[in-house]
Design a protein around this ligand. Structure first.
Ligand SMILES: NC(=O)c1ccc[n+]([C@@H]2O[C@H](COP(=O)([O-])OP(=O)(O)OC[C@H]3O[C@@H](n4cnc5c(N)ncnc54)[C@H](O)[C@@H]3O)[C@@H](O)[C@H]2O)c1
Ligand SMILES: O=C(O)C(=O)C[C@@H](O)[C@H](O)[C@H](O)COP(=O)(O)O
Ligand SMILES: [Zn+2]
Length: 364
């Protein structure tokens, strides 16, 4: 794969309107083309941390004749709240947003999940464009049209499938991302490696220190490969009636940990522990070989990602996992591996096995 002097376009197809994820630097010039000829008003949703970048996008659009407004939302998971969505709806209402207007979400996964959700719900659906500015946003959250917010009962429990009209992944935005946030995004990169593209794991293992940096020698390739994994899956199954569930590898426990931590842990950190758990579950179920299960821990640890969580939290986590979207009535369902890049579903595992697998991540 090329380094990123020329933008790379990764196509997302399927039943919904197709679009491209454009990966490169200095991509703002692509925005008017993605907005299309009918759009007159644009709301640029951005988190507090990106007030300068959000305002720059707004000014750029205004200079091109759009009526552009900025909507600042809280950083991180605080944005994925119905009160924040209601605030955005009221701004759109007061500005007179119609179905020929559009939303641009610039920020991490939390911001693009909210922006997409506001776009999905305003007037029952308006056009939106994602400008992810975190590693996790680029490789996962901004792609595929899952939008949503959290509720008191759990993660992403309210939302809609509403794909963007395009995704602009400008690698230069990663320069300001705190190292911890970059590393947490690597959990989704590792997930993509285990479920579909083991070259990702080889690249990380060949240079873990490089992989931890936005300026690493394989950064562009890791990002492009992970986006390709996501694009292929959502092209085949946008609404998660089958293979899209595999993108949830590590998320059943991961989401429960996020809830237990009141969303103060980054999503990627929780998914990292969830990946270790899912690997152990696959091993205990007799489906995954020891070497591949152990590889989860060595790869994640080499990146500085967490492998463990509080042992005493198990009953609460188990309870939270019951409302996971993969559950069917009382049956818990987990994504496990039958081997490297062979994801599958483990239906209603024995409660003793679930608890035993937690022994692999539990710490006192
Ligand atoms: N929709 C999906 O398919 C999907 C996939 C994966 C994850 N997600 C969601 O994504 C969210 C996690 O996203 P995230 O890891 O990007 O975290 P985040 O959106 O919470 O961003 C982390 C922090 O970095 C700040 N930030 C963002 N870009 C920055 C930059 N370039 N420079 C400096 N600061 C910056 C943000 O304001 C925030 O404070 C979770 O809510 C998760 O559920 C959604
Ligand atoms: O796109 C998907 O599908 C995923 O499962 C990707 C996950 O990384 C992402 O965290 C997603 O938001 C989880 O979805 P949910 O349906 O479990 O809330
Ligand atoms: Zn995720």
């Amino acid at each position: 794969m090329s380094a990123t002097s020329e933008p790379v376009r990764i196509h997302v197809g399927g039943d919904a309107e197709p679009y491209d994820v454009i990966v490169g630097t200095g991509l703002l010039g692509e925005l008017p083309g993605l907005l299309g000829p009918k759009v007159r008003r644009v709301a640029v949703l951005h988190p507090e941390a990106l007030s300068v970048a959000g305002e720059a996008v707004r000014e750029d659009l205004a200079a091109q004749g759009y009526e552009a407004i900025a909507i600042q939302v809280p950083n991180a998971e605080e944005a994925k709240d119905v009160q924040v969505a209601a605030y955005c709806w009221s701004v759109l209402g007061q500005t007179g947003f119609t179905r020929s207007d559009a939303i641009v979400g610039i920020g991490g996964g939390a911001t693009t999940d909210l922006a997409g959700f506001v776009a999905a719900t305003w007037l029952r659906g308006v056009r939106w464009i994602a400008i992810p500015t975190t590693l996790l946003g680029m490789v996962d959250a901004a792609v595929g049209g899952k939008t949503g917010i959290n509720t008191a009962e759990g993660k992403n429990l309210v939302g809609a499938f509403h794909p963007p009209a395009g995704v602009l992944a400008d690698l230069a935005t990663l320069e300001t991302l705190p190292a911890n946030d970059y590393i947490s995004g690597l959990a989704e990169v590792v997930k993509a490696g285990f479920i579909a593209d083991p070259v990702i794991l080889d690249l990380i293992e060949s240079d873990p220190a490089g992989a931890r940096s936005h300026a690493g020698p394989h950064t562009a390739e890791l990002i492009q490969r992970s986006i390709q994994v996501k694009a292929d899956v959502v092209t085949a199954d946008l609404k998660e009636s089958g293979s899209r569930e595999f993108l949830n590898y590590g998320h059943t426990l991961g989401h429960a940990i996020e809830k237990a931590e009141r969303y103060k842990w980054r999503h990627g950190a929780a998914v990292s522990v969830g990946l270790v758990y899912a690997a152990e579950l696959g091993r205990l179920a007799g489906r995954l070989d020891d070497a591949t299960a152990d590889r989860h821990k060595t790869v994640l640890e080499s990146l500085g990602l967490p492998l463990t969580y509080r042992g005493d939290a198990w009953p609460k986590l188990l309870d939270s996992m019951r409302i996971d979207k993969k559950s069917r009535a009382d049956r818990l369902r987990f994504v496990v591996l039958d081997g490297l890049a062979k994801p599958a579903i483990l239906e209603a595992p024995d409660p003793a096995m679930l608890a035993a697998a937690y022994g692999e991540v539990a710490r006192s």
